[in-house]
Design a protein around this ligand. Structure first.
Ligand code: DGL
Length: 270
């Protein structure tokens, strides 16, 4: 399982986690990866913690069966509710979530307030809010569920008037002129949200830092695996993509999240 020639497993509820895979590939260009998008059961973000935990354990099993040396839970909702259960099931496997690295990056922000954009369940569970406040009790942290953004991103929509009005709707009361809670940082607490970064930067303005948990997670994984001296994969790095439904759509739309065109996606059943 911890053979250094094995791939790093990555999973998400859908294609959004490809933004994390992209960041991981940038941080560890010699590694091979195997990615699973549980597209048949997306969204996780409106499901109960128990269901998310069950789905996450099933997704992890598929990857572990394919021989991985580490697991990255790219889904914020699954990171919020399933990390402990996954670590209990696979005590030998290094398992990384995206919430702690995202919260650590947000904790570096200027004094003031932090706005976490995430799914309904992630915001309701309060994990980001607690993780940021543990590191920076002086900050005020607000959570804003943005479920429509997941659907838009999965449709391949990330710019234009419609997206902009949805973003403005979610940011209303936070970044409009004269808002008392104008955030010093906005955390992209959902795998699908990095595709909206340019639009968000425009709307939020230069004084608000955008924190992307994909990038910070990739740095943590790269540091940790290097510090364990796991080494990197010999030969050409490979990327294998699996999905539980809609492989044609995955091929068509996924390239935008990944930043590369996608040739092959394998259909798997959990
Ligand atoms: N991948 C999920 C997350 O990062 C968003 C999509 C969903 O609701 O499943 O929280």
């Amino acid at each position: 399982m911890n053979d250094s020639s094995a791939s790093i497993g990555v999973f998400d509820s859908g294609m959004g986690g490809l933004t994390v895979l992209r960041a991981l590939q940038r941080s560890m260009p010699h590694e091979s990866f195997i990615y699973l998008g549980d597209t048949a059961r997306l969204p996780y973000g409106s499901k109960s913690p128990g269901t998310v935990q069950r789905y996450a354990l099933q997704a992890a099993r598929i990857l572990v069966e394919r021989d991985i040396r580490a697991l990255v839970v790219a889904c914020n909702t699954a990171s919020a509710f399933a990390l402990d259960a996954l670590r209990k099931r696979y005590p030998e496997l290094p398992i990384f979530g995206v919430v702690e690295p995202g919260a650590a990056a947000a904790a570096n922000s200027l004094p003031g307030s932090v706005l976490v954009l995430a799914t309904e369940s992630t915001v309701a569970g309060g994990v980001y809010q607690r993780a940021i406040l543990r590191k920076r009790p002086d900050l005020t942290v607000h959570g804003r569920p943005c479920p429509l953004l997941v659907a838009l991103a999965e449709e391949g929509e990330h710019e234009g008037a419609f997206c902009e009005s949805v973003l403005r709707h979610y940011l209303h009361g936070h970044v409009n002129a004269g808002s008392i809670s104008r955030p010093s940082a906005i955390v992209l607490g959902c795998t699908h949200f990095p595709v909206f970064r340019p639009a968000l930067e425009r709307i939020a303005g230069a004084d608000t830092e955008i924190v992307d948990s994909a990038e910070t997670t990739a740095r943590v994984v790269a540091d940790e695996l290097r510090s364990k001296q796991d080494g990197s994969t010999e030969g050409q790095p490979a990327v294998r993509l699996l999905a539980t439904d809609g492989v044609d759509r995955f091929r068509r739309v996924g390239g935008y999240f990944l930043g590369n065109s996608i040739d092959e996606v394998e259909l798997v059943d959990l």
